[in-house]
Design a protein around this ligand. Structure first.
Ligand code: PEP
Length: 251
């Protein structure tokens, strides 16, 4: 079964409004559809203008980096899924390790956010991954399994089949240390096996599982050629048009 290949960029808290718009336009100019999807995870401030700039693109979509679990109301500083959808974004990154660590987002909270995103017809890019201590202890599969169980496995099969998963070993995020293609493949195969156990082979085979952690133009091709690596969630290298265009071109 063929799965959607995706190069998703996570800009985090980088780029002024003008710089972000310039980056999006530049990516649009430098790339053309190759069968894979490019997703730009921009700050909230940039979402509408980036969506507008890319509205005619057939291969670039836009993601928010977070959302509220609440529908609307007195939640100062929060952004709802209605707001995100109303400007044309179609994806929401959930459960990034920085949000889990710095903003104390729990599996239960992420399960609520996942429900909210799906109910609005948006697509979650659900992040999971282990810290170095867990990897060294050899319990990384169990750690990721618990994250999937806590955040996603309450979903029924139909809802789950809309999810994109990003496996991001924390020890490889922003560190310049990339998981080897073999490490990424081994873990992503283990994740796909967990999905097959829970939802059956067809759903597991149809789920895009991205790798994240120091993906660069120089290593993307080898990582993306692994059978269970369906693309990447990219931080640092998604901030440079040439680099991210090259990563998109690696499929
Ligand atoms: C990320 O933030 O999701 C990420 C993988 O960052 P980087 O590519 O910079 O390691």
């Amino acid at each position: 079964m063929s799965r959607l290949k995706i190069a998703a960029g996570n800009w985090k808290m980088n780029k002024t409004f003008e710089e972000g718009l310039e980056l999006a336009k530049s990516l649009s100019e430098k790339t053309s559809a190759n069968g894979a999807l490019m997703i730009l995870g921009t700050p909230f401030i940039h979402l509408k203008s980036v969506c507008d700039a890319l509205k005619d693109s057939d291969h670039i979509k836009v993601a928010a980096q977070n959302c509220s679990q609440e529908i609307s109301g007195a939640y100062t500083g929060e952004t709802s899924v209605d707001m995100i959808a109303s400007v044309g974004a179609e994806y929401v990154i959930l459960g990034h390790s920085e949000r889990r660590e710095y903003f104390k987002e729990s599996d239960a909270l992420l399960a609520s956010k996942t429900d909210r995103v799906l109910a609005k017809g948006l697509i979650p890019i659900f992040c999971c991954g282990e810290p170095l201590s867990i990897r060294e202890a050899g319990t990384h599969v169990a750690h990721v399994k618990a994250q999937l169980e806590g955040g996603l496995f309450h979903l029924d099969e139909d809802s789950f089949s809309k999810i994109v998963i990003a496996y991001e070993p924390i020890w490889a995020i922003g560190t310049g240390v990339t998981a080897s293609p073999e490490q990424a493949q081994e873990m992503q195969k283990a994740i796909r096996d967990l999905l097959a156990e829970k939802y059956g082979k067809d759903v597991a085979e149809g789920t895009s599982i991205l790798y994240g952690g120091s993906v660069k133009p120089g290593n993307a091709k080898e990582l993306f050629s692994q059978p269970d690596v369906d693309g990447g969630l990219v931080g640092g290298a998604s901030l440079k048009a040439d680099d991210f265009a090259a990563i998109y071109g690696s499929f």
